[in-house]
Design a binder for this molecule. Structure first.
Ligand SMILES: Cc1cc2nc3c(=O)[nH]c(=O)nc-3n(C[C@H](O)[C@H](O)[C@H](O)COP(=O)(O)OP(=O)(O)OC[C@H]3O[C@@H](n4cnc5c(N)ncnc54)[C@H](O)[C@@H]3O)c2cc1C
Length: 308
């Protein structure tokens, strides 16, 4: 049996549960038994084989050192073959600490896995995204972090066995929680969008001008890293390896070259329309429809046509 643990991120429960699919693939011919670890997690979760619940004071919950202590204690008890952590801000703080503590390697931001006679391989971009490296893991537990939305699990219906775990001898936290501010953004997350109107270096107007077009298509605006780097857009809406992985039905790429790092963020996209002045841009080879021309003019004309 291949025993694996998913750390359930309280702010990204659905994305955390999608990692069940990754574990089943990583198990290969072995039967996977998937545990979830929820710290102060309210509500039910489905699809796991077992759910380990831990309740601690709020200030301890915000303390990555205490979180690491708890996972280490849980691992000592259950001896997992693999521990998978979602690469959210909090997950990124926990994963390297835990790997250090367990004295194993950590493969960050994996995008795929492969299992064959040579063992279990974790796949991730390397050399600035120019190659996909297959990393054979010989230490146990196999530890990896994964961007949200890279894997999708179907039919998360089974009820897990509930295990209430009481950690011992936790240190007092030096963190004091003064206030918790809700995210004030009223836009939906680009990972949830069904249509994305995405601007790159070839789109010359301010991206706010794309909002009406996006709304007409029932979608929202996204960007490539080029626009984030030149401060024309916030990082929350960046698609790609160092941004978010998206899976809309329609992705309109306005003046986006199609670097490997950008394409890395396009997972399960159904249709791509690429608007580019360069017919040889790699994005055009991925696209279902290529418009050879100016991206800003195209966006403006399409908006006007849809508003008519
Ligand atoms: C470690 C690492 C991580 C990275 N992560 C990401 C990531 O998460 N996301 C990401 O996007 N990038 C990422 N990058 C950067 C990436 O390598 C590219 O630099 C970036 O994607 C380029 O963005 P772009 O295609 O919009 O711009 P450009 O490279 O400037 O391309 C502009 C495109 O627009 C076309 N164009 C020019 N003028 C017009 C016009 N008037 N009308 C229509 N088309 C026109 C050009 O032909 C070209 O194809 C990363 C890089 C590294 C090293």
């Amino acid at each position: 049996m291949f025993k694996a643990l998913i750390l359930i991120d309280n702010d990204s429960v659905e994305y955390s549960l999608n990692l069940i699919e990754l574990i089943h693939r990583l198990a290969g011919d072995e039967v996977a038994y998937v545990y979830g670890l929820g710290i102060n997690l309210s509500g039910e979760v489905k699809g796991l084989d077992a759910m380990i619940r831990v309740n601690i004071p709020m200030n301890q919950q915000k303390d990555s050192r205490i979180f690491t202590d708890i996972i280490e204690q849980v691992h000592k008890k259950y001896q997992f073959d693999s521990i998978i952590i979602l690469a959210t801000d909090f997950g990124r703080m926990i994963a390297p600490r835990l790997a250090m503590r367990l004295e194993v390697g950590l493969v960050a931001d994996i995008t795929d896995v492969e299992v064959d006679k040579r063992g279990r391989k974790l796949i991730r971009p390397a050399f600035s995204g120019n190659i996909m490296a297959k990393i054979v893991c010989e230490s146990s537990p196999i530890m990896a972090s994964v961007h949200p939305n890279v894997f999708h699990a179907d039919e998360l219906t089974s009820e897990p066995e509930i295990i209430n775990f009481i950690p011992t001898e936790l240190k007092a936290s030096t963190i004091e929680v003064l206030d918790i501010l809700e995210n004030e953004q009223d836009t939906i997350d680009i990972r949830e969008a069904d249509v994305l109107v995405s601007a790159g270096g070839g789109f010359t107007k301010p991206i706010d001008e794309l909002k009406v077009l996006a709304e007409k298509l029932n979608g929202i605006v996204a960007v490539s890293k080029r626009l984030v780097d030149c401060k024309k857009a916030p990082r929350e809406i960046q698609v790609g390896q160092s941004g978010k992985t998206v899976s809309p039905s329609l992705y309109i790429a306005l003046g986006i070259y199609g670097s490997t790092q950008h394409i890395e963020g396009l997972k399960n996209v159904k249709e791509i329309i690429s608007v580019n002045t360069d017919l040889g841009a790699p994005m055009n080879y991925l696209a279902n429809l290529v418009v050879h021309g100016d991206a800003t003019i195209f966006a403006e004309k399409l908006r006007a046509r849809l508003q008519e």
